[in-house]
Ligand binder design. Structure first.
Ligand SMILES: [Mn+2]
Length: 229
């Protein structure tokens, strides 16, 4: 999958296995638990995701890209989600398809787990430092996809980890996530020189903004339109 507007249309619920079935039973038993499990396979990648928005920050991530794993673990940890991601992609081409498709499936799982969003705070914003880096994030679980991304990376930023994660892939990941989950996300760096710091501060900031926006504060759908999907 490539291009700026990935379509989530071809992802499907994961095949039912005994483990999935017992998970489904558990989530039926606890309707307040916001979770979803999804799987998607194309000729380029195979991605499965389980997300629980009411988790404790536990993550089991394996994408074949150690730096990306490190970033997704930040999302789970600081977003207080439970996240399992397993991706196998055509890394011999480069990391692009794997990163983008992971964003698509994670976004779909997020959309499903969010449900009708009743009671949610909906908005979150935060500025997160990591040493010299400072990244500001604001998000709105609006139901409408919009990404504004302005992270000033060093001109000579080289891929991180091995196999390498090209720093510009972070924007591709956020775009895929935003389009497939349907929310508004602004990510902007205010300071920073180190690529690892800038990207990690971005992921931590998105996680913290999510944690805030996902908080249950009321009962109705937080929109004067009466719907956020
Ligand atoms: Mn780090």
């Amino acid at each position: 999958m490539s291009g700026p507007n990935p379509s989530p249309a071809d992802a499907s619920p994961a095949d039912a296995s005994p483990a999935d079935a017992s998970r489904a039973d558990a989530s039926r038993a606890d309707a307040s638990r916001r979770s979803a499990t999804l799987k998607r396979a194309t000729k380029e990648t195979s991605v499965s995701v389980r997300i629980d928005l009411d988790g404790s920050g536990e993550a089991e991530i394996s994408t074949g890209l150690p730096f990306f794993d490190h970033m997704l673990a930040q999302l789970a940890r600081h977003g207080l989600m439970e996240l399992e991601v397993e991706a196998e992609g055509d890394l011999a081409v480069d990391a692009h398809h794997t990163v983008e498709d992971t964003g698509i499936v994670l976004g779909q799982a997020l959309r499903e787990a969010l449900g009708d969003k009743s009671g949610l705070r909906r908005f979150g914003s935060v500025a997160v430092p990591l040493d010299e880096a400072l990244v500001e994030v604001a998000l709105d679980l609006s139901g409408r996809p919009y990404l504004a991304y302005s992270v000033a990376l060093p001109r000579d930023a080289s891929p991180l980890g091995s196999p390498g994660f090209e720093p510009q892939l972070a924007e591709e990941f956020w775009r895929a996530l935003v389009v497939s989950a349907g929310f508004t996300l602004h990510v902007r760096s205010l300071a920073g020189r180190n690529t690892h710091h800038l990207l990690e501060a971005s992921f931590k900031a998105v996680a913290l903004a999510f944690r805030d926006a996902l908080r249950r504060e009321g009962t109705g759908v937080p929109s004067t339109k009466g719907a956020l999907s």
